[in-house]
Design a binder for this molecule. Structure first.
Ligand code: ZN
Length: 562
């Protein structure tokens, strides 16, 4: 494990040398800085923060690239122009030619599920080998209490760990023991496994009644009687309200390290507290509470927008009806706001009350968002939207179809005629094939319909936007097989989808998504030049500095005051 020690030493060095800008500017680093946020505008400095010598891609209507940007009272106060004169009340940070972009908006993910995971959820989406996984788990184990669970539930796939000519597999019990001998480890793919554990984890699972079946190699099979029971046991053992709050901060802090400043959460499958619950199940009525508690304490470090997911299967639509009667639409503030009904408005199946649900959502004036995965489901969905529109106009309500891997241009045009939009994602990156590919990025971006980009993390897809960008610009999956032929878009185009264009999906295009005077100062300074770095290296781009509303909420310790 020599390599691991070397790596953790490097990580330690980076951590101790860190907090360059923050240390010099005053507030403490990382989470502590976030904790100093007092919600709303309180806690924000009245001083002006000025970035100089940057390549600041504003993503405004003219694609302006500026050298300087100034921030005051949480908003961009000046963009471009001459370097401001130094003086009292002005703090300057030298970007030394680095690329900066607007804060990334993820218009469709499951950050609330990620925040409610049992154990110390440890994203593995960036790993590309078993050794990478071991190093990530080892570093995580060092940073958490002794004996605490290191868990990774969803967001990665064994495909990403092996090259094309090798057989993909999960790490073994021995490999996980080498990474974390003193911590139980549980890593679980997708919704329902397969999964793997180490010796301490195996002991825990075999003590359950009845025991969760674990192979000698630490493998836990796919399905409710193995992975489902393992995940349930962890949830029932580990998930206190305080642990959920800690998990919520961890999840958002992870996003800020990537540059994601706003999440539009798309809900969960309603949990039954049974082994049939998978990674995407939670209680839709309580899972936001840890995030709301953090918001009240001024500790929520990134923006959260909440969609409410409903899957009623009977025409009386009991849960949707109560939601529309008793919840407030588009209610909240800059940090947390309700966003719509989605990513389901009704249950599946031939007798789904989808059309009636769409009519009720339309009548109530809410936003609706549903996902499409098959070669035909978008047709029923768009027809349902049209039926609702015939009775209650939805042209101004910004209804959305998400993912839409197989949508065709005539259907895009029907959705466009309703004032609707398409939310695209690169989730095929992990496990897509030349047959299971899409979405047709090129057709849709060229069409002119409202379009934005999301990760659809955290179960079947990574949250990391650069992995989604890699897929949309190269058409390559995690095994570097070209699967989305002819549908690639440019880096400029997909960055626009993840920033300026995504404002529309939140009904906040006047507030976030571009670097323009008056907008909320969400900004990301990148580790590499996004526009010129090689494709494979793009996957490693991280944020070196992230601001939300003018507050530094992530600092890798690289930038220094000018
Ligand atoms: Zn989703």
């Amino acid at each position: 494990m020599a390599k691991q020690n070397g790596l953790s030493r490097r990580r330690l060095l980076r951590a101790s040398a860190g907090a360059g800008v923050l240390a010099a500017l005053g507030p403490p680093a990382g989470r502590a800085a976030a904790e100093q946020r007092a919600g709303g505008v309180a806690g924000r400095t009245t001083e002006e923060l000025v970035f100089v010598n940057g390549r600041i891609h504003t993503m405004d209507g003219n694609n302006t690239i500026a050298n300087t940007v100034s921030i005051r009272n949480g908003r961009f106060s000046a963009v471009g122009g001459g370097v401001p004169v130094r003086g009292p009340g002005i703090r300057m940070i030298d970007l030394r030619g680095r690329t900066a972009v607007p804060g990334i908006i993820d218009n469709h993910n499951h950050i609330v599920l990620m925040g409610n995971r049992p154990g110390y959820h440890t994203p593995l989406e960036h790993t590309s080998s078993i050794i990478d996984v071991q190093e990530t788990i080892a570093a995580r184990a060092k940073a958490i209490p002794r004996g605490a669970w290191v868990t990774t539930i969803g967001g990665f796939h064994r495909n990403q760990l092996f090259s094309r000519d090798q057989n993909p597999r999960l790490p073994t019990l021995v490999e996980l023991d080498m990474a974390a001998p003193d911590h139980p480890v549980y890593i679980s793919e997708s919704f329902m496994g397969p999964s793997a554990t180490n010796s301490l984890g195996k002991r825990f699972f075999e003590r359950q009644t009845p025991p969760v079946p674990v192979g000698d190699d630490g493998s836990i099979a796919i399905g409710s009687q193995s992975t489902g029971r393992a995940t349930l046991a962890l949830r029932q053992t580990l998930l206190t309200f305080e642990q959920r709050k800690r998990g919520a901060i961890d999840a958002m802090t992870y996003g800020l390290g990537l540059g994601v400043t706003t999440h539009l959460d798309q809900g969960a499958f309603q949990a039954a507290n049974a082994p049939t619950d998978g990674a995407a199940h939670e209680d839709n009525y309580t899972m936001h509470m840890p995030f709301l508690a953090l918001r009240d304490e001024g500790k929520l470090p990134a923006r959260l927008r909440i969609n409410f997911l409903h899957q009623d299967s009977t025409p009386d639509l009991p849960t949707l009806t109560e939601r529309l009667k008793n919840s407030f639409k588009f209610f909240g503030d800059d940090i947390v706001r309700t966003g719509g009904i989605g990513e389901f408005i009704a249950g599946f199946g031939p007798s789904s009350p989808f059309v009636e649900a769409a009519k009720r959502v339309a009548r109530a004036g809410w936003r609706a968002e549903v996902h499409s995965l098959s070669a035909t489901d978008f047709q029923q969905e768009i027809q349902g939207y049209e039926a609702a529109h015939a009775e209650f106009a939805i042209s101004d309500l910004r209804w959305v179809i998400a993912h839409a891997p197989f949508i065709t241009e005539p259907w895009v045009n029907r959705l466009k005629a309703l004032g609707g939009g398409l939310s695209l994602t690169g989730w095929r990156y992990l496990a897509g094939t030349p047959e299971q590919n899409g979405p047709p990025f090129r057709i849709i971006v060229d069409n002119g319909i409202h379009v934005g980009m999301s990760s659809d993390g955290m179960q079947i897809a990574p949250m990391n936007q650069v992995l989604n960008i890699y897929y949309s610009t190269t058409g390559l999956n995690a095994r570097q097989v070209l699967i989305n032929v002819g549908q690639q878009i440019t880096r400029e185009e997909v960055l626009r989808l993840f920033t300026a264009s995504n404002g529309w999906f939140l009904r906040e295009e006047d507030q976030i998504g571009t670097i323009e005077p008056g907008k909320l100062a969400d900004l990301v300074v990148l580790s590499d030049d996004y526009f010129t770095v090689a494709d494979e290296k793009m996957k490693k781009i991280r944020s070196v500095l992230t601001l939300v509303g003018g507050t530094i909420v992530h600092d890798a310790g690289i930038l220094q005051p000018a």
